[in-house]
Design a protein around this ligand. Structure first.
Ligand SMILES: Cc1cc2nc3c(=O)[nH]c(=O)nc-3n(C[C@H](O)[C@H](O)[C@H](O)COP(=O)(O)OP(=O)(O)OC[C@H]3O[C@@H](n4cnc5c(N)ncnc54)[C@H](O)[C@@H]3O)c2cc1C
Length: 332
């Protein structure tokens, strides 16, 4: 077995050496590899694009990475796709085919196999809306089963896969997209961006919307190639009504919207910014100037540096506002 350097395989650029890596190209390869690893008593970790993980310096056992064959576009907007296909590449392919349903998920890094884990979402769209079924390998028993969307228990940035880390590998997905769609334009800046592209609403196609979202994201988020990061470092907290009322009394500007309108969801970025963390650096890590929710590795950071800064931000937001921030990236 040869060690595999994953330092360039995670968007936060954390140094990590895995014992060994295997590429999985099919369901039968997955089963064969699983049996062989089980026989040798080796630990198995599934890694996608490494855009939502905090890697340790040393990852014991074997790392699986799924291959990326071309997705199969079938009739009536149905798509079969293997787990290693890049999410953004898929958004582009289905957009080119004129299919609606994923256009607002443009420019999110990572693979489609990992995307159901936190039910990726952006600009008013989330992946579970287009999932029809998933081919899932139970890493504890070696059984492959076809899951319905309901079985995965999707929620806001959450799913059963996320709640049971390391228990499953999503090998492929069946998506149901739409030949006729309704564009979701209600997020800040989307309509304005489309105006600069000079596309009328009547002529709008999925690729136009993806182009607008890509441009918006380029403006708002630091580029991870230049400033290594994992996107939003914390989830937007959802408060119960009593906690919302307490925050309203303590910091009226932060909870000024009506509870019913937001469903109790607060902006984590606003909390972090109000607590004074935007643009603040601590050694090799810091919260980005461009977006308070993005934790950046400015060079040479380890997972310990990242966790230390994240813990400091969480403690300071809790001390000021009584709100607990939950980390979004997963520890491997
Ligand atoms: C710049 C930037 C912007 C981002 N913007 C968004 C955004 O707008 N919305 C959003 O929701 N997220 C966003 N993210 C987070 C991230 O891109 C998503 O969570 C993405 O789905 C992670 O995919 P990945 O392939 O990189 O997964 P990885 O980081 O490799 O893995 C994440 C977790 O999934 C597990 N996993 C990986 N592959 C599989 C599989 N096939 N089966 C089962 N488990 C698996 C891993 O073990 C790990 O626990 C952003 C990240 C970055 C860096």
């Amino acid at each position: 077995m040869r060690p595999l350097d994953l330092t360039c395989a995670n968007t936060l650029g954390l140094p990590c050496l895995a014992d060994h890596g295997v590429t999985i190209r099919s369901l039968s390869e997955a089963t064969a590899s699983w049996r062989s690893l089980r026989g040798q008593g080796l630990r198995l970790t599934v890694l996608g694009g490494g855009s939502n993980v905090l890697l340790p310096p040393r990852l014991r056992g074997v790392v699986w990475r799924l291959a990326a064959p071309a997705p199969r576009l079938e009739r009536h907007g149905r798509v079969e796709v293997f787990g290693g296909v890049g999410l953004d590449a898929l958004v582009h392919s289905v957009g080119e085919a004129g299919l609606w349903g994923m256009e607002n998920l443009a420019a999110i890094p990572g693979t489609i196999g990992a995307a159901p884990v936190q039910n990726v979402g952006a600009y008013g769209q989330s992946l579970d809306e287009v999932i029809e079924a998933l081919e899932v390998l139970d890493l504890r028993t070696g059984q492959i089963a076809r899951w319905s969307r309901a079985q995965a228990a999707f929620a806001y940035r959450d799913s059963l896969f996320r709640r049971q880390p390391g228990a499953y590998c999503i090998l492929s997905l069946r998506l149901r997209l739409h030949l006729k769609g309704t564009a979701r334009l209600h997020y800040d800046g989307v309509r304005e961006r489309l105006e600069t592209l000079r596309v009328s609403e009547a002529a709008l196609r999925p690729l136009h919307l993806s182009a607008a979202i890509r441009a918006l994201r380029r403006e708002k988020l630091p580029d991870w190639h230049q400033y290594p990061n994992v996107g939003s470092f914390f989830k937007n907290p959802v408060l119960a009504q009593a906690a919302w009322a307490r925050l309203q009394a303590r910091a009226p500007a932060l909870a000024m919207d009506r509870y019913e309108r937001t469903g109790g969801k607060l902006s984590a970025a606003q909390l972090i910014e109000s607590a004074g963390w935007r643009g603040r650096r601590r050694g090799p890590v810091g919260m980005a100037q461009r977006h308070a929710l993005v934790l950046v590795n400015y060079g040479g950071a380890t997972r310990a540096d990242v966790l230390w800064l994240a813990g400091s931000v969480q403690a300071s937001v809790y001390a000021r506002y009584g709100v607990r921030l939950e980390r979004e990236p997963l520890m491997l």
